[in-house]
Design a binder for this molecule. Structure first.
Ligand code: AKB
Length: 316
């Protein structure tokens, strides 16, 4: 099999686990990891790595040509909360990296592209419950605007130039290996660390903020699943709604208390509350389930068990 994969943004929360998964699946030498800076020992030592600025077209092209890359996973992005602090940086990174990869695919230099979108494409005018695949989309964050624009460009490159680009709208992703950075849903990772370390947590969202969330193992299966699906089954060329569970800080607290009864939470909402309030509470992902067979595995309690089990060693 000729497949050779490039992961851009391999040292981030999802990139780290995606790299490990794909190296395991296809062989380490077939998966080139890249990021703006070097990653942890496991990532650096388990296969080829290149320092890469995703905004530098020539640098991305050099790697694509040198390694004879067929598939690109573009995981580099500035997320919602950091994006509000650095709007132009977020816009430039999120859009220019996408154009670089789409243009390489348009020129026939890569065969297939994965680009993640997000629930941040939705805004306060979107129906909040069971948000449909196609609905009102008026995002209010720079990150959301960049993801919505990116979706339009993905569809455009597919329709106009035949680019095989696949995308899903990630909910908040929870994992124990690498911390997320700069998102509004990050509390749902931090809370597990603080529960083990201090038995208490101060949450930057209020108790009732229900958001769509997903355990990393499900997110990786969805990502690789959509890339491996038959091209004819990918009927939506912008981005698929994707869902596993929805919960609020109070729900996670109750789930953690089943294992750590003395755990307590208090609330000090900050600027991220307004971002979270503009996003859906739950997502209708029936199109992803119908078209390419998406199925999630983890519920909140199953995820809590995994998170606490795997993080326990860090806080002994
Ligand atoms: C964020 O909170 O910005 C991200 C996302 C939902 O895309 N986790």
């Amino acid at each position: 099999m000729k497949k050779r994969i490039l992961i851009i943004g391999a040292c981030g929360q999802i990139g780290t686990e995606l790299t490990a998964f794909l190296r395991n699946k296809y062989g380490a030498h077939k998966v080139v990891a890249s990021d703006i800076r070097e990653g942890d020992d496991e990532l650096m030592e388990s296969g080829p790595f290149e320092v890469l600025d995703a905004m530098d077209y020539d640098a991305v092209q050099d790697i694509v040509i040198n390694y004879e890359i067929t598939d690109v996973y573009l995981m580099a992005a500035m997320l919602s909360a950091t994006g509000e602090k650095f709007p132009m940086k977020a816009w430039n990174l999120n859009m220019n990296s996408l154009f670089n990869v789409l243009n390489l695919a348009k020129e026939g230099k890569v065969d297939k592209v994965f680009w993640p979108s997000s629930i941040a494409v939705f805004g306060s005018t979107t129906p909040k419950q069971d948000t449909p695949q196609r609905t009102v989309m008026e995002p209010s964050t720079v990150y959301g605007i960049s993801k919505q624009t990116g979706e339009r460009w993905c569809e455009y490159y597919n329709k106009r130039f035949g680019v095989d680009v696949r995308s899903i709208r990630y909910p908040g992703i929870i994992s124990y290996k690498t911390l997320p950075g700069g998102g509004t849903t990050d509390y749902a990772v931090d809370i597990y660390h603080k529960a083990l370390k201090h038995k208490k947590y101060i949450c930057f969202l209020n108790a009732e903020t229900t958001l769509p969330m997903m355990y990393m193992e499900d997110a990786i299966r969805a990502t690789v699943g959509i890339m491996e699906a038959d091209e004819k089954d990918i009927k939506i060329k912008s981005s698929y709604n994707l869902s596993a569970m929805s919960f609020n800080p109070e729900d996670v607290t109750a789930s953690i208390k089943k294992h750590i009864p003395e755990f307590t939470i208090s609330y000090e909402p900050d600027f991220r509350q307004e971002i979270a309030d503009s996003w859906p509470s739950s997502i209708d992902d029936s199109k992803a389930r119908e078209d390419w067979g998406w199925q999630h595995k983890y519920s909140l309690d199953e995820m809590t068990e995994e998170m606490l089990k795997n993080l326990k060693g860090e806080y002994k």
